[in-house]
Write a protein that binds this ligand. Structure first.
Ligand code: NAI
Length: 418
């Protein structure tokens, strides 16, 4: 039996936010008039099932696992918000089969990663972390040996996407020359120049920073052969994904002095929890900065993630827009119109998720024709097995049409907004 929800007062729409979603997200959703229950920690087992059971929206970060069982048990669920970049913690296929959009914030921490990268470019050029460690151990070793200004040196950026291009702008502002390499053609920002090949970039750069995704082609992309192409004394930064660099080869190049330093924020195997010991061949290597996957972890990024995801959730609840959803077709929608004193004048909007099989649209159009409905807008997107159509209709037609569409066998879920 297909699910159906109709509009009801906003303060009856319950959003359960777990894992200490940043205050700005909660405030934004409360400002929309929703009933928001924000909790500090992750939940699992029965506690999670209970919290999900009466939630119209579940908001999680990376710890809470929204499995098929949890999603199935959350009978009222309309949408899921992942207040982070990844969505691995959610059974996306199950959510899409039930017409439940999942939203995230893939790029809200871009600037944070770019800033950390730039700070490392300078810190490595001055061997700052090794010097600081010496000082903490009581050693005063005042010398210019191995220290450089970054001004005039060449930064090679591998992957000129959101983060890489931000790094480019910041590096040029410090007087660096920027070379970049990307598999796609990218517009160079400022005076940055595209390298003809990855090899050319490695040969010409004083510092190389990696900003590519983890894919089959980037796995082991920087190994012994490519490290050997880098300038003597050059530095390497990996704030992208652990699979991109062969750390054994990097450690060898650092320890025998061919490379001048490295910074790594991501590792092929990362401890699952705070108490677990971090193991890496790079521990103790000279002029190496190791950070625990915190490139994107700033309060500003958290705030920006919270408002980005809260905004997407609010748009979906209020208007049916699925822009930014990772698992359902993306439909962008105009405003339904200003709600005047006479609520009856506002068009009804029917949100309809259905199985995308041949003939479903004609069955839907038969229903529309049989209701004699006056449709002012129809917005459809399909994506694999799922279709999402939004219909704006005269207020008098809304309920009858929604009922007719609910009875179309391929219907997964309908909701009426007015
Ligand atoms: P993006 O998707 O905007 O940019 C990636 C770029 O890499 C694209 O321009 C793409 O065309 C290019 N690319 C893909 N394969 C390539 C290849 N084989 N050679 C050269 N270029 C290639 O991604 P974004 O947001 O800039 O993120 C980059 C990386 O940073 C990702 O791996 C992401 O997971 C990681 N990241 C790490 C964080 C941290 O905490 N350390 C936080 C956020 C992102």
């Amino acid at each position: 039996m297909a699910e159906s929800q109709t509009s009801f007062p906003k303060n009856k729409i319950r959003l359960v936010l777990l894992e200490g979603v940043h205050e700005d997200g909660r405030a934004m959703l409360e400002g929309e008039g929703f009933d928001v229950d924000a909790r500090p920690g992750a939940l699992e087992g029965e506690a999670l099932t209970k919290a999900a059971s009466d939630a119209h929206v579940l908001g999680v970060r990376s710890k809470t696992q929204l499995t098929q069982e949890i999603i199935d048990s959350a009978g009222r669920l309309l949408a899921i918000g992942c207040f982070c970049a990844g969505t691995n913690q959610v059974d996306l296929a199950r959510a899409s089969r039930l017409g439940i959009p999942v939203f995230n914030a893939p790029f809200s921490n871009t600037r944070s990663v770019a800033e950390m990268t730039i700070s490392e470019v300078i810190a490595l050029h001055r061997r700052m972390f090794d010097r600081s460690a010496q000082m903490h151990a009581g050693q005063w070793d005042k010398s210019a040996s191995g220290s450089h200004e970054v001004r005039g040196r060449t930064l090679g950026i591998v992957g000129y996407g959101h983060i890489g291009s931000q790094v480019s702008v910041l590096a040029e502002a410090m007087g660096m020359r920027v070379l970049y390499y990307d598999v796609d053609t990218k517009l160079p920002l400022g005076n940055a120049r595209a390298a003809g090949s990855l090899e050319e970039l490695l040969r010409e750069s004083d510092a190389v920073t990696l900003h590519v995704p983890a894919t089959g082609t980037t796995s082991g992309m920087i190994g012994a052969a490519r490290l050997a192409l880098m300038k003597p004394g050059a530095i390497l930064i990996n704030n992208a994904r652990g699979s991109v660099v062969d750390n054994d080869a990097l450690s060898a190049a650092l320890r025998d002095g061919r490379l001048g330093g490295a910074a790594l924020d991501v590792f092929p195997v990362e401890p699952a929890s705070r108490g677990e010991v971090f193991q890496s061949v790079l521990r103790g290597a000279p002029n190496v900065i190791l950070t625990p996957h915190v490139g994107g972890s700033t309060l500003e990024a958290q705030a920006s993630i919270a408002t980005e995801v809260a905004g997407k959730l609010a748009r979906f609840i209020n208007d049916g827009s699925t822009i930014g959803a990772v698992n359902v077709p993306q439909v962008d929608l105009p405003d339904q119109g200003v709600r005047g004193g006479d609520a009856g004048a506002r068009p009804h909007r029917i949100l309809h998720f259905h199985r995308n099989v041949p003939g479903v649209l004609s069955r839907m159009h038969e229903v529309i024709a049989s209701c004699g409905a006056n449709i002012s807008g129809e917005y459809l997107r399909t994506d694999g097995e799922l279709g999402y159509v939004v219909l704006d209709v005269d207020p008098t037609d809304g309920e009858a049409l929604a009922k007719g569409l609910r009875d179309v066998p391929e219907t997964i879920r309908t909701r009426v907004l007015w």
